[in-house]
Ligand binder design. Structure first.
Ligand SMILES: Cc1cc2nc3c(=O)[nH]c(=O)nc-3n(C[C@H](O)[C@H](O)[C@H](O)COP(=O)(O)O)c2cc1C
Length: 191
């Protein structure tokens, strides 16, 4: 299986990267072909809201969003990984979601949108947040971030096969082994 991790952390050596590295290690043990795309390395402009993508099937403005579109097309599974920023995905990730609007769905005058390009692909959702458990969930911090990613997956037809949340990063020196193990296990279970 071809797997692409889309990493929306502004920090390439941050918690999200470490967790995704472990998921990839687990997946590679079973022969899956994995790559990581760091959004912070790409040049992706803001969505202008023109809605041309709905007719064209992709954003008319061509920049590094092409790299994400191509990665989605060639992948069987996408790891959407973003730190929780203000109980949402990071700005880097939100910009990508917006720019992928017409690439992923075509809205219909009535009924639900048509699914484009990512239909029936698998997805794993990853976030980390500074709020400690269980408040990360009770206070809608990581939960809200995961919920934003779920929404994008639901309407674009991606099947979520795993979710990973790392809470309490504020007081964390190194990521405890139990979380790294859990991440590797998620990778190993990919079928
Ligand atoms: C701009 C910004 C907003 C944040 N908002 C939240 C938040 O709403 N809830 C929370 O629990 N943590 C929040 N955090 C903390 C990050 O989620 C946390 O530091 C995470 O581990 C960062 O992942 P990284 O190491 O990959 O950058 C925020 C951090 C930043 C920089």
């Amino acid at each position: 299986m071809r797997i692409t991790a889309i990493n929306g952390s502004p920090r390439k050596d941050g918690r999200i990267s470490k967790i995704v590295d472990e998921i990839i290690k687990g997946a590679e043990e079973n022969g899956h072909e994995c790559e990581m795309i760091y959004l912070v390395d790409l040049n992706i402009e803001d969505c202008t809201g023109c809605m041309s993508c709905q007719e064209k099937g992709a954003c008319v403005f061509r920049d590094d969003i092409e790299k994400i579109e191509e990665a989605i097309k060639r992948s069987d599974l996408i790891i959407w990984a973003s730190p929780t920023h203000w109980a949402n995905v990071s700005g880097l990730m939100l910009r990508v979601f917006e720019r992928l609007f017409g690439f992923l769905i075509k809205e219909q005058p009535k009924g639900t949108p048509l699914k484009r390009n990512a239909k029936d692909k698998k997805a794993i959702l990853v976030t980390a947040c500074s709020t400690a458990g269980p408040f990360n969930w009770i206070y809608n911090q990581s939960r809200s971030c995961i919920s934003r990613m779920r929404e994008m997956c639901k309407w674009s037809g991606q099947e979520i096969v795993g979710t990973f949340v790392l809470p309490g990063t504020l007081t964390m020196k190194d990521i405890p082994e139990k979380y790294l193990k859990k991440a590797r296990e998620i990778g190993r279970r990919i079928k």
